[in-house]
Design a protein around this ligand. Structure first.
Ligand SMILES: *C/C=C(C)/C=C/C=C(C)/C=C/C1=C(C)CCCC1(C)C
Length: 243
């Protein structure tokens, strides 16, 4: 079995960062009793818990495989994709629930997202040729483009009907998500999975910084303001019970 190299330092930092993030969200959600607010804590805690387990598995060499490509051996951390397959839909769910998106919107977002991660995994594991690998990257990136377009189109409209501070939180999280998620296919294509311009060591560091920002950073922005979460949950309930 392949063993992690010098890049394992970043994987351990990732493990630690995700664990601390998870503990922080558990601690800050402890006193929350409102079921609707609780769901944001539960989702965000699961995101960091899954990522912490995935980083631990990669740091200890479980999530690593080798792909033989034209006489070269690529070290591929497949555990990333197992992590992303669950955590990226949960991140979208956090945002969609905040914007009060309808079911069809949520299913479409999650469907596009799972397609993106699945095709990205195929691209990472295909050993037939570089052209095939890059084609899968193209398919996955097209899915990301649709996903982000759909996200902006649908959520912005839905969030417009929410209280102003909730609307602005949705917009802030949406912008953060777009900036960070667009970086993933770039790191992939310049890294060892793609053109190999950036060595595995730095690629691993880049994914770690992106993962921590997109999960712990995102969760922090979402859960930091109890007042906004109150507005996100109470106002709607008041209007739902109005005659
Ligand atoms: C916490 C983890 C997050 C937010 C991961 C996001 C990952 C992506 C947006 C990955 C996208 C990819 C492509 C668009 C093409 C190449 C393969 C991927 C999976 C890196």
């Amino acid at each position: 079995m392949a063993q992690p190299g010098a890049e394992s330092v970043w994987l351990w930092i990732g493990t630690l960062g995700m664990t601390l993030g998870m503990l922080y969200f558990i601690g800050s959600g402890w006193g929350v009793r409102d079921p609707e607010q609780e769901q944001f804590y539960i989702i965000t805690i699961f995101i960091t818990a899954i990522a912490a387990a995935s980083y631990f598995s990669m740091a200890t060499g479980f999530g690593l495989t080798e792909v033989e490509l034209a006489g070269k051996t690529l070290d591929i951390y497949w555990a990333r994709y197992a992590d992303w397959l669950f955590t990226t839909p949960l991140l979208l769910l956090d945002l969609a629930l905040l914007a009060r998106a309808d079911k069809n919107t949520i299913y479409t977002l999650i469907g596009l997202d799972a397609f993106m991660i699945g095709t990205g995994l195929v691209g990472a594991l295909v050993a037939a040729s570089v052209v095939f690998r890059l084609s899968w990257w193209g398919i996955s990136t097209a899915a990301l483009a649709f996903l982000l377009y759909f996200l902006v189109r649908s959520l912005s409209d839905m969030a417009d009907e929410r209280p102003p501070q909730v609307n602005s939180l949705v917009n802030r999280l949406q912008n953060l998500l777009i900036v960070l998620w667009v970086a993933y296919p770039i790191v992939w294509i310049v890294g060892t999975e793609g053109l190999g311009v950036v060595p595995l060591y730095w690629e691993t560091a880049a994914f770690m910084v992106l993962d921590l920002s997109a999960k712990v950073g995102f969760g922090f922005v979402l859960l930091r303001s109890r007042a906004v979460l109150d507005a996100a949950t109470d106002v709607s309930r008041a209007s739902a019970t109005a005659p």
